[in-house]
Ligand binder design. Structure first.
Ligand code: TLP
Length: 345
């Protein structure tokens, strides 16, 4: 059966060139700092994001955890969006593991935090309060239609942070999607950020891994945090080799994923019983709402799945489609046909 897997871009399999690079990778013990392939990936990543140094870690969740632990001590507070991945989907690790208190402010539909909401959330120096240390942004914003946050906004948040002696962390799991959609370099989006993480294992199709980028002394702290979380990997060059291919060969093709997402949104919005805002499909993520109250996302995704089209239910009447490396424009047309059929049942 034809499969069109739109559940996530995390489902992507390593490309043939990644598999070759992994097989041939020169490796060493990375906890000793002796893995040449990991070192090369870290240098490349730092350069791409305009930072001094970088650290290869196991996952996006670990990248965020390590970053937060390196900025904050126990009892410190972070300001982040109420739809942030770090808040919703990382087991509350910042509090559970780092002792870090989250203050959430509402994410706007485009993934931004209103600047006056950020200002309002910054604590005064008072014995009753935790100490505000960090503002966390997500770019692109997964739960807000995969929206890219533009450089002007990122700079405005950076300015607030500097005025109050705070740091800025960017969960840039899909920062290259943001840069592609906005027609800028990824480094231009994070020039004001003290740390930025990005995922190799999502839209860039590597099998494993994320990278934390920042100043040299910050990355030295992050290396310690990674170790205590059990993330010191040894001959990790096998994985980093795929990451190098991800950075060199997979960034330029992201526009195809965005075009496919836009096409999907554009046609689905015209189908009776569904609502999608094609204006919101700026990167590779599309949220589809079911307007017909008798139909649940569980039932509709099961119907689609019987014809090989896989989506993720994200609410009782909401589903998510994420275009990715394995999905062609032809697959999108096929998926659209399956949607029409499934809604007629
Ligand atoms: N997102 C996954 C799921 O967890 C929802 C997905 O399929 O989109 N930051 C952002 C913005 C993410 O979207 C994700 C993963 C992470 C961090 C965590 O990355 P991993 O899964 O590598 O720990």
């Amino acid at each position: 059966m034809r499969i069109v897997d739109l559940r996530s871009d995390t489902i992507t399999q390593p490309t043939p060139s990644m598999r070759r690079a992994m097989a041939d990778a020169e490796v060493g013990d990375d906890v000793f700092g002796e893995d040449p392939t990991v070192n090369r990936l870290e240098e490349m990543a730092a350069e791409r994001l305009g930072k001094e140094a970088a650290l290869f870690v196991a996952s996006g969740t670990m990248a965020n955890m390590v970053s937060l632990m390196s900025h904050c001590g126990r009892g410190d507070e972070i300001i982040l969006g109420d739809r942030a991945h770090t808040f919703l989907y990382e087991q509350g690790g910042s509090a559970a593991i780092g002792g870090i208190h989250p203050w959430t402010v509402p994410n706007q539909p485009d993934g931004k935090l209103a600047l006056n909401d950020i200002e309002y959330a910054i604590r005064a120096d008072n014995d009753h309060f935790p100490r505000t240390r960090l503002i966390v942004l997500e770019n692109t914003h997964n739960r807000c239609n995969g929206s890219p946050l533009d450089a002007g906004y990122m700079q405005a948040v950076g300015k607030i942070a500097r005025n109050h002696g705070l740091k800025v962390h960017v969960d840039g799991a899909r920062i290259f999607n943001a840069a592609t959609a906005l027609g800028v370099e990824a480094r231009d989006l994070v020039s004001e950020a003290d740390s930025v993480t990005f995922c190799l294992s999502k839209a860039l199709a590597a099998p494993v891994g994320s990278v934390v980028c920042g100043a040299k002394d910050y990355i030295a702290k992050a290396r310690r945090a990674r170790k205590v979380l059990g993330g010191g990997m040894r001959q990790a060059g096998i994985l980093a080799a795929a990451g190098i291919v991800a950075l060199t060969e997979m960034v330029d093709r992201l526009k195809d994923d965005h075009d496919n997402a836009h096409r999907l949104a554009e046609v689905l919005t015209g189908i009776n019983g569904l609502s999608v805002d094609p204006e919101c499909a700026k990167t590779n993520i599309v949220y589809i709402n079911i307007e017909n109250s008798d139909l649940t996302s569980q039932v509709l995704t099961e119907r689609l799945n019987t014809e090989g089209v896989r989506l993720l239910p994200t609410g009782p009447r909401q589903m998510r489609a994420v275009t990715n490396y394995h999905v062609t424009s032809d697959d999108i047309e096929y998926a659209l046909g399956v949607f029409s059929k499934a809604l007629m049942l």
